[in-house]
Design a protein around this ligand. Structure first.
Ligand SMILES: *[C@@H]1O[C@H](CO)[C@@H](O)[C@H](O)[C@H]1NC(C)=O
Ligand SMILES: *[C@@H]1O[C@H](CO)[C@@H](O)[C@H](O)[C@H]1NC(C)=O
Length: 372
């Protein structure tokens, strides 16, 4: 999906639902706080009182300019629920930023998902994401929950050394385009101890993602953890270096997927991916390399996939083909390893299907069947 780089201010609206009637009263928090950089508790309490006393629906507006560079590390601590505004702005160019607290950022996406026609309309309206983190270095997002985003929950672009720890994403399994964390052009993103339940990819690792670490993550429902899709544009950068360990996927369409488009001009390679200790529970395609997404084409993907290892992957597949390695016919996948793969379909061992790849097999293995 294309990303929009946007401007400077993230405006957080706290909606006073309890006071909710129709017309709105807007209370700028600045009205109660004369002192910059002070604790806003008192100001917020006063603004809340005024808003709550209002016979019409009301909003408290806390404008925060979240654009860097900043002089020193900065932390934003959020408790309670923040309703994400219609046009949120991204946080960008801030170094040493921490977002923490037990807060929930609620995108209230239900209506947007119903109206989403992006599957059929290329000019569909772009809806906002709960979080856009752009060009940030050394950031941490801790504990925070992202809920019901209208679009991707998190879009990460051009970041370096960015850690999610104890992060949580929730959206219904049938909500459109609600990817959990989407990565692009970022180096050193770590996603740790994070639970993601969404309607699209839990984590999507797009072009230019380098040195990504995923550890102790739960995914489901959703579409799984995906590298790609790549190849649509010649301007894409390579995907290089992913270490994923200790992940449980439950009721997702795909488990671990790597995909690139056929009939597409992009040539940037995908390399050095390592997946270990993954539990699959009722997954349609537990392990899948797919370079022939659009079937019926005789113009294969030009993206080379090299050095990909799957080790100790176990659990249940909803299809007989627990492993699908369907590589490009002009560039076979190289150095693919399958080690200790134990996937069951209806109680029996699942099978592996390979095309244009000769994986190295070690330990427990699935029987191979010919690709059709
Ligand atoms: C990465 O970011 C964290 C959090 O700000 C910081 O403590 C750490 O020093 C950074 N690491 C590097 C290598 O810059
Ligand atoms: C293969 O990828 C793994 C995981 O990123 C990396 O540690 C290893 O050095 C790579 N091997 C080669 C030969 O590039």
């Amino acid at each position: 999906m294309d990303m929009e780089l946007s401007t400077t201010t993230l405006v957080l609206f706290i909606l006073l639902a309890a006071c909710g009637i129709t017309q709105s009263l807007v209370v700028p928090i600045a009205k109660y706080s004369g002192v910059p950089n002070s604790d806003i508790t008192q100001a917020l309490t006063n603004a809340w009182r005024e808003a709550c006393a209002s016979p019409t629906a009301s909003k408290i507006v806390i404008p925060l300019d979240l654009k860097g560079p900043c002089k020193a590390p900065i932390e934003l601590y959020v408790d309670g629920t923040i309703i994400v505004p219609m046009n949120p702005r991204d946080v960008q160019y801030v170094d040493y930023f921490t977002l923490s607290g037990n807060g929930v950022f609620d995108g209230q996406g239900a209506i947007a998902w119903q109206q989403n026609d992006c599957g059929t309309n290329v000019n569909c309206a772009r809806t906002p994401m709960n979080f856009g983190f752009n060009f940030m270095k050394h950031a941490v997002v801790r504990i925070i929950t992202s809920k019901d985003s209208k679009n991707f929950n998190v879009n990460e672009l051009g970041c370096q050394n960015f850690t999610f720890d104890g992060f949580k994403v929730i959206a219904p399994g049938n909500s459109l385009n609600t990817d959990g964390i989407h990565l692009g052009r970022s180096n050193g993103v770590r996603i740790l101890n994070t639970d993601i339940a969404v309607g699209d990819d839990c984590i999507s690792i797009d072009d230019g993602s380098v040195n990504t670490h995923i550890y102790n993550v739960k995914c489901g429902p959703g579409h799984g953890i995906s590298v790609g899709s790549l190849g649509k544009y010649t301007t894409e950068a390579p995907v290089e270096g992913l270490i994923l360990k200790k992940v449980t996927l439950t009721n997702t369409d795909n488990g671990l997927r790597i995909k690139s488009w056929p009939s597409a001009p992009g040539t940037s390679p995908i390399s050095n991916l390592y997946y270990e200790d993954v539990t699959m529970i009722n997954i349609r395609n537990p392990i899948i390399i797919d370079q022939e997404i659009a079937l019926g084409t005789n113009n294969p993907s030009k993206i080379r996939i090299r050095n990909v290892s799957f080790k100790n992957i176990r659990g249940t597949s909803l299809t007989k083909e627990g492993v699908n390695l369907i590589c490009s016919s002009v560039l076979s996948c190289e150095q693919v390893m399958l080690c200790d793969i134990d996937l069951k379909f209806n109680g029996a061992l699942a099978v592996a299907v390979c095309r244009n790849v000769r994986p190295t097999i070690a330990g427990r293995a699935l029987p191979f069947v010919a690709a059709n």
